[in-house]
Write a protein that binds this ligand. Structure first.
Ligand SMILES: [Zn+2]
Ligand SMILES: [Zn+2]
Length: 1003
């Protein structure tokens, strides 16, 4: 006897009960250690989740993948680490702590504890750590709720000493190669976070559509009367930083007479869009190169900082320059074709300036306020008050100094800080970089730059989807040097760079031990603390060149350094000891490169994948992982990104309780990972109905009737094919299952969960709508053939037990319920992948045109099902009720439609007879391509009677259902007298004790 199965249970509640059991009774623990002695290894490295907020449903997508492949390889008997990771350090955490404490600026942070900057920073850093610990706890609970099995006690944290010091080792190696340098460049900058945003962090999704006041301004040409350059900018706050105006030497430029008789230079192709027909003619047209060298005056030339730069650079200050198309291409679809070049306030401007040897005028401070030396602008915020510049220029205009040609609102995509969403600015800053193109100073790699090595490493990786390789290579070929420093921040890797303020040499420390050895002061104050601000900065060393006592630079590290090192820092003997990379490299090599990682790809080509590749290339010149599965973005079911304010976002716990995580996991598994996924409650309902409940109902049907029929299902029934099988349905479904076992194993191994899920859906549908449907007459009161009954139950048992194992990686709860109830074993997650016994008849696999594998029996059964499909359609068209038996069906098949297995033909015909409710089936050959079914519709009295009896039985069954009768409940029945001759048959079919006769049906 099996435990009875509820018809419509509360699945999320069932899931919670199972979770409780798994953790209380040590199932998870047994699972983690199941293959400890195995010689086969499956190494998975978890991309650390930011422990900063509770999970959303989008996190559950990736975490389903992470769990399902580990569950699969566990079934296959591979030894694994099962470690989960949390990303801890960086701006993202700082921003949330600032919000919590309502801090507005750097100053607020440094005054957390009055009059002590150090104590304030120590407190702030501690609060960041606390937040990470808090949210890692919440995310752990949520992950458990997802049915995700991992070594939760020993997750790795990127803030750990092991992780931070391993990055030091990496940076030291970069330093030894000569790849670390300090650059003084114009960088993208967040004025709120007051820190640089590296190119790697500027993702397309962080651009937002905004409207800015843009201006076409006039620059009077020196030595010409009333002749101006027309220049357009969408960032008027940068005009005081203007150094030059760039033109394309090959482009045509026109001198146009405006309505006031002033003359303006504009690119020929843009004359119409700038003047909109309102001008007094084109005076002349020249190539851009004719304009190069012209000098002009600017509206801010009197500001002290500008005066200073002009004085020191008389030759190239405020000059028309030729652009370099590769650095700053000039558009002929918008603007004027003459480009404002503010060397200090733009990446392209800076690069072009560097190439041409132009000076720069730094104009803003870290918070985007104008610097000293800029007159009335100094101290005012450039980003918050763009009107400062526009108002000033308008005022100048009024006073007769032509400045403004046109001011108009302009909508464009503009980059924002990926953490706080503030609009970025560009400013000059001293930042630290890892050079991508410098040849190494050491070893045999002298001739190969880091960039070249990384490209080679990236090619060793299997990218899924395949375009991943192209995307990564494209990035590796075009990226700037890696900006690894974060100024003005507190919670992050302490970059181990020590710079001498006297001789300007710098050195990099590669380990805690090295620091201790070189420390000349502050070790005692630091000892016992993690390598974070402020305590790490107590330690001083001597400048290796001039012996001056020097300090660590103030910057912290780019957070992607933290996640990129994990192949080296996290693999340890038991997930909690020292990194094997340092203690036992041979053992480490068993786990590295990792076999598999999976992450959502937007962003990761520039971030995690990239960081893993850089760090592994520098340390070992190997790929950090062998295969990567990237997946898209989770959107609401309305196709828009999930946003709280749009009402389409789903918090994880809420989703889990409403949908149930099994259904959620199934939705993720069946999704094509290379496409964005639409997710919501409606989709969840569809999946629940179309697959999940169908599976459940098969299981319920099996348990309910086998508890009634009490068949003998011995352990050997796990291999039912050695039994005497007569029924074609049993043979067919077992072949179908064996095929599914084989194909699922192959597809899981290819990291293709979608095909596993979709094929399983087809299987479950076949099982329900054909196998069970056609087998109903074989069980319970419908049949007296005990042998056939037994075969039915053994077959379904075999199917359900093995199907549970196959699907347990995806839907760990439902399969656990089914498996444990049927087998009495402890857990499906402690079982092994089904072995196909080669002694039994394994289906002969046939390649079809669709590439799908198929056996002769599959093909035959498909033909049977096509025939009955047409047969049903014809019955419907002719309005011949299915319950009315007909004398004969005549089936016409084309030459290509034939049954392969001749010895089963009578079984196929029986199936058709049963399904179409006909007494005889006649099969003919026809010349037509499609299947035709015709019926002999002549009804004898006998057939009419039989139809009526069937109708009656159906009505009685419905009444039984309505009255809540169980299949085994006996009833007393009243039926019309005309059915008297069929009393025994009806009694048997509807479980009636007594039958009496009356006008209407009663029970
Ligand atoms: Zn920011
Ligand atoms: Zn020095």
């Amino acid at each position: 006897m099996f435990k009875p199965v509820e018809q419509n249970p509360n699945f999320p509640e069932l899931e919670k009960k199972l979770l409780d059991n798994w953790y209380k009774n040590g199932v998870v623990d047994k699972y983690l250690h199941k293959n400890n002695r195995s010689k086969k290894y499956f190494s998975f490295i978890d991309g650390p989740i930011t422990a900063n907020n509770p999970m959303g449903v989008h996190h559950a997508w990736g975490r389903t993948y992470k769990d399902l492949w580990r569950k699969f390889f566990n079934l296959l008997g591979y030894q694994q680490k099962f470690q989960n990771g949390f990303d801890c350090q960086g701006l993202w955490v700082e921003v949330e702590v600032e919000k919590e404490l309502k801090l507005k600026s750097k100053k607020d942070i440094e005054n957390l504890i009055r009059a002590s900057r150090k104590a304030s920073i120590a407190k702030f850093v501690q609060l960041c750590k606390d937040r990470v610990v808090k949210y890692s706890g919440i995310q752990t609970e949520q992950s458990k709720r997802l049915g995700y099995f991992a070594d939760w006690e020993n997750s790795y944290f990127t803030m750990s000493d092991e992780n931070n010091y391993m990055i030091w080792l990496f940076l030291k190696k970069c330093f030894d190669n000569g790849w670390i340098y300090k650059g003084h460049e114009s960088v993208p900058w967040c004025p709120r976070c007051q820190t640089a945003i590296s190119q790697h962090e500027m993702l397309t999704e962080d651009y937002k559509e905004v409207v800015h006041e843009s201006i076409i301004f006039e620059l009077p040409i020196v030595g010409k009367k009333n002749e101006y350059l027309l220049v357009w900018t969408t960032t008027p706050w940068t005009i005081p930083a203007n150094i030059a105006v760039a033109v394309d030497v090959k482009l045509d430029y026109c001198l146009v007479r405006g309505q006031t008789d002033d003359l303006f230079w504009v690119a020929k192709e843009l004359v119409d869009s700038v003047f909109k027909g309102k001008h007094n003619g084109v005076i002349k047209t020249v190539k851009g190169k004719e304009l190069v060298g012209l000098k002009y005056k600017g509206a801010f030339d009197y500001l002290p900082a500008v005066v200073e730069v002009a004085k020191n650079n008389p030759k190239n200050f405020h000059t028309v320059i030729p652009t370099d198309k590769n650095i700053m291409p000039i558009s002929t679809t918008e603007g004027t074709g003459l480009v404002h070049t503010a060397v200090s306030a733009g990446t392209e401007d800076f690069k072009l300036g560097k190439k041409l040897g132009l000076p720069m005028i730094p104009v803003i401070n870290d918070d985007a306020s104008y610097m000293e030396g800029l007159g009335f602008l100094s101290g005012k915020n450039a980003k918050k008050h763009p009107e400062l510049i526009l108002d000033y220029l308008k005022e100048q205009d009024k006073q007769g100094n032509n400045c403004v040609f046109l001011i108009f609102r302009y909508k464009h995509r503009y980059p924002a800080c990926w953490r706080c969403k503030a609009e970025l600015v560009w400013k000059v800053a001293d930042e630290w970089y890892i050079a991508m193109d410098r040849p190494s100073k050491v070893g045999n790699g002298r001739d190969r730059s880091l960039r070249q090595r990384m490209i080679e490493v990236a090619k060793k990786i299997k990218w899924m989807p395949e375009f991943g390789l192209e995307r990564e290579i494209d990035w590796l070929k075009n990226m700037h040097d890696w900006l690894i420093s974060k100024k003005n921040r507190y919670w992050g890797l302490a970059l181990p760079i020590y710079e001498c303020h006297k001789c300007h040499q710098f050195t990099v420390i590669g380990s805690k031990e090295e620091l201790k050895e070189k420390a000349v002061a502050g070790w005692k104050e630091f000892d016992g603390h993690s390598p974070h601000k402020p305590f790490i900065d107590e330690v001083k060393i001597k400048c290796p060149k001039c012996q001056e006592i020097i300090s660590r630079i103030d910057d912290v590290g780019n957070p992607w350094l933290d996640a990129g090192i994990v192949t080296y820092s996290t693999i340890s003997k038991d997930n909690k000891s020292k990194p094997l990379y340092l203690t036992d490299k041979e053992e480490w090599k068993k786990w590295a490169p990792a076999d598999f990682i999976t992450e959502s790809f937007p962003g990761q080509f520039k971030n995690w994948f990239y960081a893993l590749i850089v760090e592994s290339t520098v340390l070992e010149d190997i790929n950090p992982f062998k295969s990567v599965l990237g997946y898209g973005t989770l959107l609401g079911e309305d196709g828009r990104p999930m946003h709280k304010s749009w009402g389409n976002s789903i918090e994880f716990n809420e989703g889990a309780d409403k949908i149930g995580v099994d259904v959620m996991r199934w939705m993720f598994a069946r999704q094509n990972p290379s496409e964005n996924m639409l997710f919501g409650y409606k989709k969840a309902d569809e999946i629940r109905r179309q697959f999940y409940l169908m599976f459940w109902n098969i299981y319920r049907f099996f348990v309910e009737y086998s508890n009634l029929d009490k068949p003998v299902i011995s352990n050997t029934a796990r291999d039912p094919l050695n039994e005497n099988k007569q029924n074609i349905l049993d043979l067919w479904i077992i072949e179908r299952l064996n095929w599914l076992i084989k194909s699922s194993q192959e597809n899981y191994k290819k990291y293709d969960a979608q095909t596993v899920a979709l094929e399983s859906e087809k299987f479950v549908s076949d099982l329900s709508t054909w196998y069970i449907r056609r087998s109903r007459d074989r069980i319970w009161v419908n049949s007296k053939d005990q042998n056939d009954k037994n075969n039915f139950y053994k077959t379904v048992y075999y199917v359900l037990v093995n199907l549970s194992i196959i699907l347990s990686p995806i839907i760990p709860f439902l399969t656990e319920i089914i498996y444990t109830n049927l087998t009495g074993e402890e857990s499906v997650h402690l079982s092994s992948w089904p072995q196909l016994n080669s002694e039994f008849k394994i289906p002969s696999f046939v390649e079809t045109s669709k590439g799908k594998q198929n056996s002769e029996l599959f093909a035959d059964m498909e033909l049977v099902r096509k025939i009955v499909e047409v047969g049903h359609r014809v019955r419907k068209e002719k309005q011949l009720k299915v319950r009315q038996p007909l004398a004969k069906a005549i089936i016409n098949l084309s030459a290509s439609q034939k049954f392969n297995q001749k010895n089963y033909i009578s079984s196929y015909i029986d199936l058709i007879k049963g399904e179409l409710n006909v007494k005889k089936v006649e099969i003919n050959k026809s010349k037509r391509e499609d299947i035709e079914v015709e019926y002999n519709t002549e009804l004898t009295n006998e057939l009419i009677q039989e139809g009526k009896v069937r109708d009656l039985i159906r009505q009685i069954q419905e009444l039984r259902k309505k009255q809540g009768k169980k299949p085994f409940d006996k009833i007393n029945l009243t039926i019309p007298l005309e059915f008297k001759t069929f009393t025994d048959f009806i009694k048997m079919k509807v479980m009636a004790d007594k039958v009496s006769f009356g006008d209407e049906i009663k029970l």
